[in-house]
Design a binder for this molecule. Structure first.
Ligand code: HEM
Ligand code: HEM
Length: 230
């Protein structure tokens, strides 16, 4: 084999499964429901706003369960790392040796958890919110008038945090594409990531689809249940 053949062999990247179908459906449905929540709130269509908001709750509940029992790359134990691992990762990126990681990188993992948490708080506060005229969230009756006004104020305020985190998320993805020439978006669409032979690790363990369907049913039931207990 010539030296040239050897070089092209080692740089030949092959696809490897990264994000399973449930994680991808979760992600793109979340994008649609957040856009829907925002646009309906701006339009004052609060019935539809609540429907999108309840879908956000269902999606986040699903993702939390999937983070414990789902496919290996989507599990919290796979991607949540301590400060030492984050610093090691940042040092590697600074020195130009970007490690190929078959899940979220240690820094991205923090933004994933922050996004899930703030979205749950945002939608959770919405359950108690009211526009003081026509519409009340399903749990508004559980709190006093003054408390509902406070929680509605927080619902508005928290959205600033949601918007900032989403902006950071998009800037980070753009920076990976432009500065590091790493395409994170295609794997979130196709599920597959291109890996060079030298970076290849054994294929991750994938959870069965039926488990995702059961958990999605549980999450949807819990979210819908919120409209019944108020
Ligand atoms: C079940 C879930 C939700 C319920 C019941 C709910 C309920 C409400 C209510 C009653 C208002 C009107 C408050 C007012 O007039 O002062 C409101 C406003 C708003 N909600 Fe929600 N919400 C939910 C989820 C969400 C989610 C997931 C988002 C975004 C991610 C969101 C974003 C907003 C924003 C930005 C406003 C302010 C709109 C404006 O006045 O410009 N909500 N929500
Ligand atoms: C409403 C806006 C968005 C929200 C709330 C959001 C939220 C999230 C969350 C929670 C994850 C973690 C996925 C998981 O492990 O389940 C994630 C990952 C990801 N998102 Fe988004 N996202 C948004 C918009 C977008 C858009 C518009 C794009 C594409 C341009 C995008 C591309 C990605 C990619 C590539 C990942 C994987 C990052 C990695 O490889 O570590 N997101 N997003």
């Amino acid at each position: 084999m010539t030296e040239r053949d050897e070089t092209s062999r080692t740089t030949l990247a092959t696809p490897m499964i990264l994000w399973d179908l449930p994680t991808r459906i979760f992600h793109w449905s979340l994008v649609v429901c957040i856009a829907g929540s925002y646009l309906t709130a701006e339009d004052g269509d609060l019935e539809l706003h609540q429907t999108f908001g309840l879908c956000v709750i269902g999606l986040v509940l699903f993702r939390i369960m999937w983070g414990f029992v789902g496919s290996e790359p989507s599990r919290f134990t796979t991607f949540l790392r301590g400060p030492t691992a984050i610093l090691r990762y940042l040092r590697a990126v600074r020195s130009g040796k970007h490690p190929s990681i078959p899940t979220h990188n240690p820094l991205g993992a923090l933004s994933v958890v922050a996004l899930l948490a703030i979205l749950l708080v945002q939608a959770g506060l919405g359950l108690f919110a009211t526009d003081d005229i026509f519409f009340e969230g399903p749990l508004n009756g559980w709190v006093s008038y003054d408390m509902a006004a406070t929680l509605t104020g927080w619902h508005h305020l928290t959205f600033d945090g949601v918007a900032i985190l989403i902006l950071l998320h998009l800037v980070a993805i753009g920076a990976y594409a432009v500065l590091l020439r790493i395409d994170l978006v295609s794997p979130m669409v196709t599920g597959k990531k291109l890996v060079k032979p030298e970076d290849r690790v054994p294929d991750p363990r994938m959870a069965p689809l039926w488990l995702a369907v059961v958990l999605a049913g549980v999450a949807a039931g819990l979210a819908y249940g919120l409209t019944l207990i108020g």
